[in-house]
Design a protein around this ligand. Structure first.
Ligand SMILES: [Zn+2]
Length: 412
């Protein structure tokens, strides 16, 4: 049964092979619902009334703290007739009902053609025992120029489309495109170098988190690269002074499969920073690629761009490492200055501190960067309830504030 796997001809076809067995496609006379495409999540799609459909969100693989749980969704709907309204119920599996998707999520991202939007709040209801989310969708007619709606709780970004964007940068002599490493399944982890070519200059490294559903991190990387290549005088000044390295996607295998936080091997790469920095033989090549870049470049600043979904978080979250971990006093002061500047940005909230004796991110690659390489590191989580441009502009602001703070007290 043909779903939406070829809606964009460049998309990876991994999920298509499992579409039948997983129930990724439901094609009735009146409507097509599908999750057989790159980045999608949702299975056992079924119809339970003339205008009513449901599906189960897919459990994370493996044996880690999120294995068996599900709370990310991404599906497409194509109407086959006149404009109409349907209900789609999503069933999630969370360890405790408090954190079920119905209780936890209050937004839904809609993509039609190239346009991103959000579903009105009245169209989103908590159902079941808090584990279900019921969405009311107003479908455009089949003869609409863009008749397919894509609904998700995050701003997804197919790896194949990201690779197309990277390919488009190859024409620009200001960007040096290379490959930082290769995923388990053989996909390239692209590395973009901008600014100074010499190594002995102040260097900034940025990467998307390896959590595939936090694809807003890839959009953040892209926005900053676009800024650096714009006509802006500030951007030109940054390229003149700095060496900037961007790894826009760090878990392509998980991305094409539509996973939440996992690698398809069932691992949770985000919490394997220590394993990677310790050079353990089974460290994932994707994580090694990022760590090798950090080790080679010895940047003064590393930002890992994350995403964020929960209703209990009301804005963009700063997950922070303690500046007191920094031995060098100049760098420590710059770091404290960046903290003050980021706290002052709109809709920006403190999330957590991690140090030797507090916080849960001691296994992250950011903590390794701070404690082993004396790098100022941040995890910044953009909330997907905001429009895409709002999130990416906020990412750009964070980047500009941090770089400016570094310029005020020159450090290497
Ligand atoms: Zn994250």
């Amino acid at each position: 049964m043909e779903g939406l796997s070829k809606h964009n001809p460049v998309w990876d076809q991994t999920r298509r092979a499992r579409a039948h067995e997983q129930g990724y496609v439901l094609a009735s006379d009146s409507v097509l619902l599908a999750t057989d495409f790159e980045c999608a999540n949702g299975r056992n799609i079924r119809q339970n009334g003339p205008d009513s459909f449901e599906m189960d969100l897919e459990p994370e693989p493996g044996d880690h703290r999120f294995s068996g749980l599900s709370y990310y969704y991404c599906f497409g709907v194509a109407n086959r007739g006149e404009a109409r309204r349907i209900q789609v119920t999503l069933h999630s599996h969370m360890g405790d009902v408090e954190r079920g998707i119905g209780h936890g999520t209050a937004h839904a991202v809609v993509k039609q053609g190239d346009v991103w939007g959000q579903l009105p709040p009245d169209n989103i209801r908590c159902a079941g025992e808090g584990t279900d989310l019921e969405l009311t969708l107003d479908l455009p007619p089949a003869d609409d120029p863009d008749p397919v709606l894509f609904i998700s709780d995050f701003h997804w970004y197919p790896y194949t489309e990201m690779a197309q964007w990277v390919a488009s940068l190859r024409d620009d002599s200001r960007v040096r495109v290379s490959v930082a490493g290769t995923s388990v399944s053989g996909r390239d982890l692209y590395r973009l170098n901008l600014g100074r070519e010499e190594r002995d200059v102040p260097t900034v490294v940025m990467a998307q988190t390896p959590q595939p559903s936090e694809a807003i991190g890839t959009w953040s990387c892209r926005r900053i690269v676009e800024f650096l290549l714009s006509e802006s005088k500030t951007a030109a000044d940054m390229l003149e002074r700095l060496r900037i390295v961007v790894i826009p996607a760090t878990n392509p295998d998980g991305t094409v499969e539509g996973l939440g936080v996992s690698h398809p091997s069932g691992r949770f790469p985000f919490f394997e920073g220590k394993k990677t920095a310790d050079d353990e033989p089974d460290a994932l090549p994707e994580m090694k690629a990022v760590w090798d870049v950090l080790k080679q470049e010895k940047p003064w600043l590393f930002i890992e761009w994350h995403g964020n979904n929960w209703k209990r978080r009301s804005g963009h979250m700063l997950l922070r490492y303690r500046p007191s971990l920094m031995e060098d006093p100049t760098r420590r002061r710059v770091w404290e200055d960046i903290d003050r500047r980021l706290e002052a940005l709109p809709d920006t909230l403190h999330g957590s501190w991690t140090s030797w004796d507090e916080g849960m991110y001691q296994e992250s690659i950011g903590f390794m960067a701070v404690t082993r390489l004396q790098v100022i590191a941040y995890m910044i989580k953009h909330h997907d309830k905001f429009p895409l441009e709002t999130c990416t502009e906020h990412a750009l602001q964070c980047f500009r504030e941090a770089v400016d703070a570094g310029r005020q007290r020159p450090i290497r």
